[in-house]
Ligand binder design. Structure first.
Ligand SMILES: Nc1nc2c(ncn2[C@@H]2O[C@H](COP(=O)(O)OP(=O)(O)OP(=O)(O)O)[C@@H](O)[C@H]2O)c(=O)[nH]1
Ligand SMILES: [Mg+2]
Length: 305
């Protein structure tokens, strides 16, 4: 049971921001204790603001996982950056995730790559830096220059070395930021883990599996839209459209004898079944839509913009 009396209970929002691939979604999933956001080794996996909810005895927190801030052009990237920056405004606490391993050999890059983000959080009071992926740095001496650079770029901000993958340091950071949340009542039932509709989560799971089965530029040109969703007793029938940018991409996504789409579809189906507790019948169609990532209508039907 949650203690919901407002004199002791805290409620608030924590935004997770950073460059693409820093580990924001991994950290949120770890803290929520469930896979809410999809995770892949590729940058720009997250394309929307993803909420994850954690409720404990004396607090409820809504995490806002955001797309990685990036400098690439194009309408979609503009929308990704905007979604990330808008999350800052509604947050009580901001955690900036940094991939420490990326900078172990080149700490000077921190200044170059994180200057933009620093400018955006200048006016916020509660900003923490999570120096993530410490598990990847074998010689801990190599963490020192990274910590020093971060301290120089973000003076007066606390810097916490963590591993979102192993969970090292994450609980201590969570306890710290929870102590800064305002007092208030829970906004969601205690077993709710996200505000996202199941349809959206299913589309994300399908996209994750397709990302994992394709290479190079294909993932960036992939989008998934749920076209049909019908529930009968213990069965969900899902029809999903997979958009690609070119016809050459379509044959790669389908694969020889359809094996890519088949494997990704099977993995997605199993995960959606585990998530919903129902049997899932999943059909996917691949459609070539040149320029979908520049098309306002399609972007907005995908929840972007
Ligand atoms: N070794 C290690 N890998 C990590 C850690 N955190 C995240 N990763 C890996 O880094 C990759 C990117 O993780 P994500 O959580 O998708 O990163 P993100 O910041 O959400 O990325 P975008 O959504 O693309 O901006 C995945 O392969 C994760 O498994 C960590 O602490 N240690
Ligand atoms: Mg992500």
């Amino acid at each position: 049971m949650t203690n919901n009396s407002t004199d002791q209970f805290r409620f608030g929002t924590i935004a997770l921001v950073g460059l693409p691939n820093a580990g924001k979604s991994t950290l949120m999933n770890h803290l929520v204790g469930e896979k809410v956001a999809i995770v892949t080794p590729r940058p720009q996996t997250t394309r929307n603001r993803i909420t994850g909810i954690l409720t404990e005895k004396d607090f409820q927190v809504v995490f806002l996982d955001t797309p990685g801030i990036n400098k690439a052009g194009g309408r979609m990237n503009e929308l990704l950056n905007r979604a990330a920056l808008e999350a800052l405004r509604s947050a009580d606490v901001i955690i900036i995730l940094v991939d420490s391993a990326r900078y172990a050999d080149r700490p000077y890059l921190i200044r170059k790559e994180l200057a933009l983000l620093r400018g955006k959080v200048m006016d916020f009071a509660n900003v923490f830096i999570a120096a993530n992926k410490v598990d990847k740095i074998r010689d801990k001496k190599n963490m020192l220059p990274v910590m020093e650079e971060l301290a120089e770029l973000f003076p007066a901000r606390e810097i916490w070395p963590v591993s979102a993958l192993s969970g090292d340091g994450c609980r201590a950071l969570l306890d710290k930021v929870i102590s800064l949340l305002p007092y208030g009542e829970a906004h969601y039932p205690e077993d709710q883990i996200s505000t996202l509709p199941m349809r959206f989560m299913a589309a994300e799971i399908i996209r994750e599996k397709l990302f994992m089965h394709t290479r190079q530029e294909i993932p960036y040109g992939l989008a998934v839209e749920i076209e049909n969703w019908t529930e009968e007793d213990n069965l969900i029938r899902i029809g999903a459209l997979v958009y690609v940018l070119k016809s050459s991409h379509k044959s790669i996504v389908i694969g020889k004898k359809g094996h890519v789409l088949k494997s990704a579809g099977m993995e997605a189906r199993q995960e959606i079944e585990a998530l919903t507790g129902k049997k899932v019948f999943l059909e996917t169609w691949v459609k070539v839509r040149p320029g979908w990532n520049e098309n306002r209508g399609i972007l907005s039907s995908l929840g972007l913009g």
